[in-house]
Design a protein around this ligand. Structure first.
Ligand SMILES: [Zn+2]
Length: 117
């Protein structure tokens, strides 16, 4: 049984601040925002992480990028945004369900990580 927190949000078993939703994906606010705008875009199909993405998921993964454009339009992020996908021990995803971080609402700077140590 798959019972990660994102599947529970998708199944409406756990509340979230949902920004947009289609049959295939959902976008909701990260509960620990790291920028003025921090949205998580998740496929409704449970895919554990990037390493579990299969050829059959090609179209779905593309739709997550299109979703990012739609969310950015809705939130009027006309000056841009950043997308991040984390993978594995070093990437550090906290929830075992593929998700795209959409960050924006301020100038995020050139650095992608806080330090290089
Ligand atoms: Zn899941």
């Amino acid at each position: 049984m798959i019972d990660d927190i994102f599947c529970k949000i998708i199944n409406k078993e756990v509340p979230a601040d949902i920004i947009m939703e289609t049959d295939e994906w959902m976008a909701f606010k990260d509960i620990r925002p790291q920028a003025p705008v921090h949205i998580l875009i998740v496929p409704k199909k449970h895919i554990q992480d990037i390493s579990f993405v299969k050829e059959e998921d090609r179209e779905l993964i593309g739709k997550l990028i299109i979703a990012a454009n739609e969310v950015a339009d809705k939130l009027k992020l006309d000056k841009g945004f950043r997308l991040i996908l984390n993978q594995g021990e070093h990437g550090g995803p906290l929830v075992p369900h593929l998700h795209v971080h959409l960050l924006g609402g301020k100038h995020l700077g050139a650095k992608i990580v806080a330090d290089t140590n």
